[in-house]
Design a protein around this ligand. Structure first.
Ligand code: SF4
Ligand code: SF4
Length: 703
């Protein structure tokens, strides 16, 4: 089944939609409670540095771990590949006549397809984590790293138990279902010749492993059978207990929103075993490479090996929430799953799923290991675009049209003429043949561009010597010039000289996000040439935080090999600011009397890119008439061309946003991104809702 078909199938699955939506809302609150009183940002920065391994450091820690583990009677094996690890486990089992292995949850064993291997060798793997066991009965794979069966409802589990185990199962009685699992699994622990677990940390200074679970199944798997295999990647190595405890302190909070998990098991080499002849358990620590060690040298992908497998990057991902892990992932799922698919299962398997990322950066800001997942996904997308191509149309658009201001303007002008018959009351209600892409109304292309209006305007006041540069971006230039005009009028009235680029150039984000690194770079160079001398300006103000984040971050990153351009980009980067933040910083007084209720949607790259949020400013302006929006900073589902490529997912994410807006009872929805206005206004108008949707520049222009 190809990706588009899989997406359509998942979007029709109402039970999946309900399960993921319910979990996502509950998770956010539980996580916030779990971290209450703690400094998450400081903790994640520390974890990022603690988890950083170079190849040399990894080898040193491995040597230290091995020395201590062997002292404690354990055996340590280095498996170069998945096949190597599988073969080692199977060989030991055969030597000892082991016919079955009880397993606790191990994504590493999923990575190497251990169960399939063992079954082929005549060894029965028995999953003992409840979710994994359910999936084993259903012949399915995990759709989440921590809650593998999150896609299944209790009704489905009851039906599965009836079919697989016989007897009547009460769909309402979860406790009874858990008892069934416990009864079925308990005898397996005693019959198994070996147990297999993963490890959440491998402490080099003592040769100890730590395992975190909620079901005690890892402890039983590790302690009852006479042989214990521990399968783990080198990235689980930590120097000491202090580091391991810091990790274990964060893991449950980010994974399930629990302050602490139910069981933390520490195993230091050999233990007693009542089932072995010499009363001693045999312990094998298997360190899996499978490509990890060379990645420790990689300037970008080494970051991904800091992952502590909490699953949080799936829990908060709006795209994952729409389709689940069987679509948004391969073996590993969620944001880290897209990356690990490329690392461990080949870019052929990753190239399509990488495109499903909308770029909202929720994963990057939530990751307890401080991994900037979205940036890595964007890099992999560019790599994949270069290797597999983008298609002629896209390549032409990014590299030949969007990077050339005059040509782009002409194309938009032609587009306006062709679209004219479709425009009614200022917007395009639907486009013939666009099918499911007609899930929202679209703005018409404006008669005059922002630059034309700016050049023709009468200045409203004299400036006081303060100069700012306004970077308008394509959406303001071609669709919403009134937003730019509002900003210019407001700032000129407050005494600022407002300069703009001579010609409007796309910021390059569509090309970069679309996988065209070369087209993106060309566009950035054009922009930097148009952006005048950064020394002359107090600020570079943006009305679109996505453009702002591109100027602040992508310009620097993609100009790293061009020293002159880099220097200019660096100076500009320090001065990029949103309008709301600029007004607050400058102490510009704004007040309003509004009888209407106002709410605010926070764009993805506002808080998680520019690091600002207009909520406080708006509370100050509108007082009691400001009503907060639930999940205000969750993506609206726009993502530029993403919403055209994935209309079903975009519509679903937008639907949730509109539901939350309705719940506020607000008359006006404010946001500070023209892209979010396109999406939210388009949806609200399409479904005949009454709220006005505005950019905050338009709302506060006369205040
Ligand atoms: S990448 Fe970060 S958020 Fe995702 S599973 Fe790993 S540690 Fe958790
Ligand atoms: S950037 Fe957003 S859409 Fe992309 S993987 Fe991260 S959370 Fe998901």
């Amino acid at each position: 089944m190809n990706m588009k078909t899989k997406i359509k199938k998942s979007l029709k699955d109402e039970k999946l939609y309900k399960n993921l939506k319910t979990f996502a809302s509950a998770y956010k609150q539980s996580k916030a409670n779990a971290y209450e009183g703690l400094d998450f940002e400081a903790m994640k920065a520390e974890m990022n540095s603690l988890k950083g391994l170079t190849r040399k450091r990894g080898e040193d820690l491995f040597e230290e771990f091995t020395k201590n583990a062997c002292k404690n009677g354990a055996k340590v094996y280095r498996a170069d590949t998945g096949e190597d690890a599988c073969a080692y486990i199977a060989r030991i089992c055969k030597e000892k006549g082991i016919k079955s292995i009880v397993k606790s949850k191990s994504m590493t064993s999923e990575e190497i397809h251990l169960n399939d291997y063992l079954e082929k060798e005549g060894i029965k793997p028995v999953e003992t984590d409840l979710g994994e066991w359910i999936l084993q009965l259903a012949h399915e794979h995990p759709s989440h790293m921590v809650m593998p069966a999150i896609h299944k409802t209790r009704d489905q589990v009851a039906e599965l138990f009836e079919k697989a185990l016989g007897g009547k199962v009460d769909k309402e009685d979860i406790e009874a279902m858990v008892k069934i699992a416990r009864k079925e699994l308990r005898s397996e622990y005693f019959e198994a010749g070996a147990g297999l677990t993963g490890a959440n940390a491998a402490v080099a200074s003592t040769g100890t492993i730590g395992i975190v679970t909620n079901e005690c199944n890892a402890r039983l798997s590790a302690s009852l059978p006479p042989v214990h295999f521990v399968l783990m990647g080198y990235e689980k190595l930590v120097p000491d207990f202090e580091t391991a405890l810091k990790l274990i302190r964060m893991l449950p909070k980010s994974a399930t929103g629990q302050k602490i998990s139910t069981y933390v098991t520490w195993i230091k080499g050999q233990n007693e075993s009542f089932k072995s002849d010499n009363n001693t358990k045999e312990t094998h620590y298997i360190f899996l490479d499978n490509g990890r060690l060379p990645f420790l040298e990689h300037p970008i992908l080494s970051e991904a090996l800091k992952c502590m497998r909490c699953g949080s990057c799936a829990n908060i991902c709006p795209a994952y929430e729409m389709v689940g892990g069987h679509v948004f992932g391969h073996v590993y799922i969620g944001a880290i799953g897209l990356i690990m698919t490329a690392m461990f299962h080949g870019d052929e398997n990753a190239k399509d799923i990488l495109k499903m990322c909308i770029g909202c950066r929720a994963c990057s800001s939530n990751c307890p290991s401080g991994i900037d997942l979205q940036k890595i996904i964007a890099e992999l997308n560019i790599y994949s675009g270069k290797k597999y191509g983008l298609g002629f149309g896209r390549k032409f658009l990014y590299s030949s049209v969007m990077s050339r201001p005059d040509l782009f303007k002409n194309v938009m002008g032609i587009g306006r003429i062709f679209a004219k018959p479709l425009v009614k009351d200022g917007s395009i209600k639907s486009i013939p043949m666009a099918g499911e892409r007609n899930f929202r109304e679209l703005p018409s292309i404006a008669e005059k561009t922002f630059t034309e209006i700016y050049q023709d305007r009468d200045k409203t006041s004299e400036n006081t010597g303060k100069k700012v540069f306004f970077y308008q971006g394509c959406a303001v230039e071609y669709f919403y010039p009134q937003m730019g005009v509002a900003l210019v009028e407001l700032l000129e009235r407050k005494g600022y000289q407002v300069d703009v680029p001579e010609k409007s150039v796309c910021c390059g984000l569509p090309a970069l996000h679309g996988g065209d690194g070369e087209g993106g770079k060309k566009t950035i160079e054009k922009n930097l040439a148009m952006m005048k001398n950064p020394e002359d300006y107090d600020a570079y103000i943006v009305l679109c935080p996505s453009c702002g984040f591109a100027v602040k971050d992508d310009f620097l990153h993609h100009m790293s090999e061009n020293p002159d351009m880099y220097k200019k980009a660096e100076k500009i980067s320090k001065k990029v600011i949103s309008l709301a933040n600029f007004l607050e910083k400058e102490g510009v007084k704004i007040s309003a009397e509004s009888a209407e209720k106002v709410t605010y949607h926070s764009p993805c790259h506002q808080k998680r890119g520019l690091g600002t949020n207009a909520e406080e400013l708006l509370k100050g302006i509108f007082g009691d008439n400001f009503v907060p929006l639930t999940d205000a900073d969750v993506c609206c589902g726009f993502g530029g061309s993403w919403s055209v490529d994935f209309p079903g997912m975009s519509k679903g994410i937008l639907g949730k946003k509109i539901e939350n807006i309705e719940a506020t009872g607000a008359d006006i929805v404010l946001t500070d991104c023209p892209g979010c206005v396109i999406q939210i206004k388009g949806g609200i108008d399409k479904y005949g809702r009454k709220q006005k949707v505005m950019h905050l520049a338009e709302m506060i222009k006369g205040l």
